[in-house]
Design a protein around this ligand. Structure first.
Ligand code: NAP
Length: 317
């Protein structure tokens, strides 16, 4: 398994990270039980994955707890609490520091551990950022001093914040050790706003949305590209709207769009852990192989940049 240093946390973790949220939630979104989902977690560890990302909101902490039982020392666990108690990017009042601690305690219990390696504020938006820093960050530091949290992170609400407005504010302040950022070959805008700051401040990065729907479902891809053609972010004539990424599949050194999507993320300077969310052990094996594969051929990288380099309005959700 290839490893990376997660910025100033100094943790050495697997370059491929198991994402326990997204549309699959370890298969639980499709009806798998926590016991069944825990098998994906143990398979991931058997395959060499040492980074696992979950969240209270995903409903997969219990499955992670079952999957890491007896192997806690082998893995770096990341979990989260939403500053508003709702899904990423939700409006509303901020939760209290006490409610945040309660959320952390619940996560520790479900995960079956006395500490998490990374605790993130989940899906923070720009309007909430300052209040999160003033009200919730001090509580997380208190929990860190108590040993319940090793490192503190922030995740963006990429589905709504495709231009990284929150991270554009947060990264230069560098108050968080780790940032989770949406990045993929359809919207590489983090390249301008987020990664240079991550490198400058030695902030660890976790890449989400590498594949999502648009890069794993042909219809979702066509819809996404149709929007980009309509907005003018992708220039008419530069892609075939019926099969926009055929040129990836046609290349002899690329197996599939999904493979290309993970390879694209892995070799981006400033990108550390590439999260892969799946309920399928076969997909997991293929995705680890893609994350371990060499950079995309230079002519393909150049073509992707020419077509999608200016995109910032879609997440690929
Ligand atoms: N704001 C936040 O904090 C936030 C938001 C979103 C996500 N996240 C984190 O980021 C992680 C990664 O995001 P994501 O789960 O959306 O992951 P992703 O890796 O971008 O996409 C996963 C989707 O692609 C499918 N897929 C995966 N491998 C495939 C393959 N080889 N062939 C075909 N389809 C494949 C999966 O379905 P199958 O189950 O069928 O494989 C799943 O629906 C999440 O799990 C979560 O931990 C955080």
């Amino acid at each position: 398994m290839q490893t990376v240093r997660l910025g100033r946390t100094n943790a050495i973790v697997s370059a491929a990270g198991l994402g326990c949220g997204g549309h699959s939630r370890l298969g639980m979104a499709g009806g798998a039980s926590a016991q069944e989902a825990s098998r994906v977690v143990s398979a991931a560890i058997d395959l060499g994955i040492t980074f696992i990302d979950t969240a209270r909101l995903y409903g997969t902490e219990e499955a992670v707890g079952l999957g890491v039982k007896g192997r806690r020392g082998e893995v770096f666990i990341s979990t989260k609490a939403s500053p508003t108690g709702g899904g990423p990017g939700r409006d509303g009042e901020l939760i209290t520091p006490d409610a945040l601690t309660e959320s952390l305690e619940g996560s520790l219990k479900r995960l079956g551990t006395d500490h998490v390696d990374l605790f993130n504020l989940h899906g923070v938006t720009l309007p909430h950022y300052e209040a999160c820093v003033e009200t919730l960050l001090p509580e997380l530091k208190r929990q860190q001093a108590l040993g319940k949290i090793r490192h503190i992170g922030v995740t963006e609400a990429f589905g709504a914040d495709t231009r990284h407005a929150m991270l554009a504010r947060a990264m230069p302040e560098a108050l968080f050790d780790v940032a989770m950022v949406g990045f993929n070959l359809l919207n590489p805008s983090a390249r301008r706003t987020v990664f240079p700051q991550a490198l400058a401040h030695d902030i660890g990065t976790l890449i989400m949305f590498a594949v999502r729907r648009a890069l794993s479902n042909p219809e979702a891809l066509r819809d996404t590209v149709a929007k980009l053609l309509a907005s003018g972010e992708v220039v008419a004539g530069s892609v075939d709207p019926a099969d926009p990424l055929k040129f990836l599949r046609d290349h002899l050194e690329i197996g599939s769009e999904v493979e290309a999507a993970y390879r694209f993320c892995r070799h981006e300077p400033g990108a550390h852990v590439i999260l892969t969310g799946t309920g399928s052990i076969d997909h997991l094996k293929a995705n680890i192989a893609a994350i371990h594969a060499p950079p995309l051929p230079p002519e393909i990288s150049a073509k992707l940049e020419a077509i999608f380099g200016a995109v910032e309005s879609v997440s690929g959700n």
